[in-house]
Design a protein around this ligand. Structure first.
Ligand code: DGL
Length: 253
């Protein structure tokens, strides 16, 4: 059996990358719904429908757990997915809690970058109201980063110009940037260039550790000594284009 990964596109590869470090011997099936990407500017109902149809596809491939490696799809559908399926469904959660803990004492603010849908959804709003008691968390939608990523553009003048345009001029008042979209860790290098020294965090490692714990508790860890396999689907079509696979491989490494 394999572990299913799902995202609107290639962002979930940033989560799969962490999973491969911790569990290299598992088999993975990765589904990026690139035909329908981006999700972050759609309605909750649209995202829910697309997510359920992608998961139906993954279910046919006999998955033992599902990682919804997309903050937007997690906000829109994770609760209903858990009700429908009896395998573990692991979602994403922006790292608000650790960011607030770090910055409360330091008198700095926290800036969360995510998609418009994630930021307005109840899941994110209630996460913020639970942990941000000092009201230090601000939000910044950055939907264009998803478009750049889907074109495998992770640096260069267009990306830099976009980031400089959307990041607040008083960026120094922030102690931590929370990347609340799985596409965004792919821009960590360029972000570090634009805001040097800034603490930039995401929820990927935490998600994967949780996945490991859940598999372990269910006695579902693959105990073979061999390295696992990964198969990729792009909105229901098997990816066998060597150039595209090479792009994926570069992200995963
Ligand atoms: N990777 C996604 C997320 O984590 C969705 C990006 C999009 O399709 O807008 O939110």
């Amino acid at each position: 059996m394999c572990i299913g990964f799902f995202d609107s596109g290639i962002g979930g590869l940033s989560v799969l990358r962490e999973a491969l470090k911790l569990m290299p011997n598992e088999n993975y099936i990765y589904y990026g719904d690139t035909d329908n990407s981006p999700y972050g500017i759609k309605t909750k109902e649209e995202v829910k429908e697309l997510t359920f149809s992608a998961v139906e596809f993954l279910v046919k491939h006999d998955i033992k757990a599902l990682v919804v490696a997309c903050n937007t799809a997690t906000s829109a559908a994770v609760r209903d997915l858990r009700q429908k399926y009896d395998f573990p469904v692991i979602g994403m959660e922006p790292a608000i809690k650790p960011a607030v803990e770090k910055n409360n004492g330091a008198q700095k603010r926290v800036l969360t970058l995510a998609t418009p849908l994630t930021l307005k959804e109840e899941k994110f709003q209630s996460l913020v109201s639970r942990f941000d008691t000092g009201h230090i968390v601000d939000m910044l939608p950055a939907p264009k980063l998803v478009e750049f990523a889907e074109r495998f553009i992770f640096s260069g003048s267009d990306v830099e110009a976009y980031l400089r345009e959307i990041l607040p001029a008083d960026i120094d008042k922030y102690g931590t940037l929370v990347l609340g979209c799985t596409h965004f860790p792919l821009f960590k290098e360029v972000l570090t260039k634009i805001v040097p020294g800034m603490d930039i965090i995401d929820g990927n490692e935490g998600t994967v550790k949780y996945l490991y714990e859940v598999l372990k508790a269910g006695n579902k860890i693959n105990t073979t000594e061999e390295k696992g396999k990964i198969i990729f689907y792009k909105s229901g079509t098997l990816v066998d284009d060597p150039a595209l696979l090479e792009n994926y491989r570069r992200i995963l490494e």
